[in-house]
Design a protein around this ligand. Sequence first.
Ligand code: SF4
Length: 266
Amino acid sequence: MCAEGTGPERGAASPSPDDPDFPAARAAAARGLTELDAALPGCRACPRLVAWREETARTRRAAFQDWTYWGKPVTGFGPADAALAIVGLAPAAHGGNRTGRAFTGDPSGDVLYAALHSLGLASRPVAEHRGDGLALRGVRITMPVHCAPPANRPTTAERDTCRPWLARELELLRPTLRAVVVLGAFGWQATFPVLAAAGWRVPRPRPPFGHAAEVPLHDPVADRRVRLFGCYHPSRRNVFTGRLTPAMLREVLGRAAEGAGLAPRP
Ligand code: SF4
């Protein structure tokens, strides 16, 4: 369903894709998001996640037997000059790992894209597959772990191994980024060191995760502020139990969009 190894040529000394140093080396070498997104699908640095994503792609869920699963790392989705970043957790085994696009083809994405569409930030309310024509306005959706983990639970070692991809992505977004929404406590914990590595001054001790929490961050180089928001993850469980309602999600995303200077759709 997609081309393998689409990144630029690697030098002889570059780590191989299954080397734990691969993410840091390849992410740092990316001069823009196009290069980053081309290199990421070739990553095989986490053996457990590689095995899981590929096994899931082979066996498939009964409802998707006619699909050719993506079965590789899922990149961020959205324009390279986004003002708002949304940071999730990891691709779903039969969602992003199937379709090859963040939050696409799973119940979490149904809730997220409906909210973004209601705010004029997504061209469609539903994300089905990579060729569905969906486009985001001023928003980039990404994640701290780019491969689907068993039971949606990456280990801290896998999170740390994957960190350079997100760090480089946020670094490349830095000139235009004005707000970040983090979906869930795992992403919250993962994002602070990434933001610090990407150049933002983050408070110490780190603020605890909470729904609708807001933390101002400072970019000392450009003397700009970035507003960081916490939001419950739109997981099936959170939505089913009412812990997160569509209205709650829309309220946080709306505040973040306002902070990012993204005017609501008339
Ligand atoms: Fe590479 Fe990240 Fe996937 Fe690990 S989780 S294999 S670092 S893309």
